[in-house]
Design a protein around this ligand. Sequence first.
Ligand code: EPZ
Length: 420
Amino acid sequence: MDKIWIKGGQILRGKVKISGAKNAVLPAIAASLLTHEEIILKNVPLVQDVFTMLTLIKELGGRYKLNDHEISIKVENIQSFEAPYELVKTMRASILVLGPLLARYGEAVVALPGGCAIGSRPIDLHMQGLEKLGAKLKLEHGYIKAKAKKLKGTEIEFSKVTVTGTENLIMAACLAKGETVLKNCAKEPEVVDLCNLLISMGAKIEGVGTDTVRIRGVEELKGTTHYVIPDRIEAGTFLVAGGLIGDEIIIENVYPHHLDAVIEKIRFAGINIEKIDSKTLKVNGNSNIRSQDVTTSPYPGFPTDMQAQFMVLMTQANGISIITETIFDRRFLHVNELLRLGADIRVIGDKAIVKGGTPLSGAEVVATDLRASASLVLAGLIADGETVVSQIHHLDRGYERIEEKLAQLGAKIKRIKGEE
Ligand code: EPZ
């Protein structure tokens, strides 16, 4: 297993280009199941979850070609309706094939994803929604076995905001008979990007980006070419890096309007962030960081996927910050590792109390999940001495070559290849 070695204290400066959004490209790949024509996706991040999702599409009978950061996918006919457990357990986003398979083929067998490091991760809202569209679902031996003669449009209100739940139901409704109204939808930019892709395939969708989405079913969807939006969480991660130890970092290929809540919080902490143009930000470090309380919430609120990274910034702030995690029930696993680096953080229920002004010192730490691993890399950049982060397969799921991008900015960082 690979590790990442970092020698802290190097000032970061220069340009970094943000990759495409993992959480936009995963539903986009699943959407290729909705048509027999070719889907071409550009600005695809070369991250592990993308390869896992492509493997799943291939297992189902689809074919794809990857050329640099562009994928062409064609699912002419399905050989299998099954998303097997060994794939689903590594990536819960596999659940995104459920809606499209039911909509196009009327059949799907998807392993229950189970929990993961950051929480229980149920999919009851996905299942309830699909049943309301007329699907028959049953749970057997850890698999959801779903059948539907023809999905029929109806009105569905999510009892909780769910990103992939919203995405699954929108995709299923595109080929359902009649109109579907989805209420209390997630409004994340990745949901909007999926809707834009589906509309370019011929779907009839109104209310994109709002909490009420109206879909009129069509007979079939066509192929298209789609440019995947930049990854706002990767961009936010580099904003924190710049705030911690940057001197003029230019972040390119970012949509600043996707990061309003994050930029606001980091600016309130005293970090200077400048919008250079519609796709470029400039960030400067600051030795005088102000503590900020933050509560995660669905878009457009402060994203849970930035909670661990922001916590590292608050370990250097002058005061106490309270970080409240409202989305997942166990998303503080990075705290114990940050304590090993010298942070002073106490977790009480859904709150982490961060006492700032604690110099960090390098140590060996273990990554537990994707964003936790990013927070440990950020901490290593400012810790005195050497930090080694292990289990970085978590990091590789959602960040494309982050150690190379940081090295280009001047960080003393490298990947230590592990024995296979
Ligand atoms: C998506 O996960 C993202 N993943 C996550 O990013 C992100 O943290 C999360 O949304 C929240 O923004 C992808 O888009 C692939 P949810 P998702 O359904 O859709 C509960 C990362 O780091 N819930 O919005 O699985 C759930 O337990 C990953 O890139 C139900 O109760 O999250 C949670 O408390 C991590 N029943 C809340 O809703 C359901 O059927 C939000 O979950 C579904 C969800």
